[in-house]
Write a protein that binds this ligand. Structure first.
Ligand SMILES: [Zn+2]
Length: 298
């Protein structure tokens, strides 16, 4: 696979829905952007708030979601939007959202991916920057929770997600591997939904989150499996965790080539492997918040 050109969307696309966390009616709008713009989120409900580059340097720590912040503006739970953009190789896009979070939709990336695909994707007259993983880079919590980045013989990005919550979990251990391309993203990943355990769902509600969510909107696992809901695939949970990886790895701001193996990881470790990959490939990065260069060869 040689160099590819940067891409943006051909026209504006809208997605409306309810925010998972704060429960507001939210409208998200994808807009075309010039080469090297990258992906930037804009809080359209806040007057004059600056665009927030969707890059790891702008992430702020949050439980179980990926959030970015700049100049007093913040957007949380961006990962499923980011996965749709990265999965379909839309490199330059302004994402306007009139709330602190995108619409949750069905907890997957499908609505975003369909909106982008329907808008159309156009190539731009500028090469897309690439980081080719040369040596092992690892981010670990402990001996069974880590993300490893490795060199690979092929020229794409292959991600493996090993999900294992232990023998007592209602979610069985399973593993999914995907060579991420626009086709494989649409067919194998985009439909997979966010999931939580019943106790986690109750804890979130107790904290005031998800007031408008029902078991039909969010895949909640009780001791016997999904509550009032059905899996879209036996391995939907690992597929969703892999989808989350696609969205989080996109915070590097360029294409990645190599192999990623994630074991039980979540958004925090995903961001950490991106930071470490940047440190391991320092010449590939030049971050300028004004222009969001993000990923230019130095
Ligand atoms: Zn997710």
């Amino acid at each position: 696979m040689g160099e590819r050109s940067q891409q943006t969307i051909a026209r504006v696309a809208d997605v409306a829905g309810v925010g998972f966390l704060w429960g507001a009616d939210v409208r998200l709008r994808f807009l075309p952007a010039e080469p090297d713009y990258g992906v930037q989120f804009v809080r359209s409900d806040l007057g004059n708030s600056p665009p927030i580059p969707a890059l790891v340097d702008y992430t702020v720590p949050r439980e179980r979601r990926t959030a970015i912040e700049f100049g007093g503006a913040r957007v949380e739970m961006i990962e499923h939007v980011m996965a749709a953009l990265a999965g379909l190789q839309v490199d330059n896009c302004r994402v306007e959202v009139d709330a602190p979070e995108p619409p949750g939709c069905d907890g997957s990336s499908m609505f975003f991916a369909e909106a982008i695909a329907n808008a159309g994707i156009v190539t731009q007259d500028r090469p897309r920057q690439v980081v080719t993983i040369q040596e092992d880079v690892i981010a670990a919590d402990d001996h069974e929770t880590d993300v490893r980045a490795e060199a690979a013989a092929h020229c794409g990005l292959e991600i493996t997600y090993e999900l294992d919550y232990g023998p007592d979990s209602p979610i069985q251990a399973h593993t999914v591997t995907c060579r991420v391309t626009p086709e494989s993203f649409l067919e194998q990943l985009a439909f997979s939904r966010t999931f939580v355990l019943e106790a986690e769902a109750q804890a979130l509600k107790a904290q005031g989150y998800g007031a408008r969510l029902t078991t039909a909107d969010l895949l909640i696992f009780g001791s016997q499996g999904p509550i009032e809901n059905e899996l879209r695939a036996e391995d939907e949970c690992a597929r969703h965790k892999l989808l989350d990886c696609v969205g989080d790895l996109a915070l590097i701001g360029c294409d990645l080539r190599g192999r990623i193996v994630a074991r039980r990881s979540g958004h925090r470790l995903n961001a950490e492997i991106v930071r470490r990959l940047k440190l391991a490939h320092p010449n590939h990065f030049f971050v300028n918040p004004e222009t969001n260069g993000g990923c230019r060869a130095a």
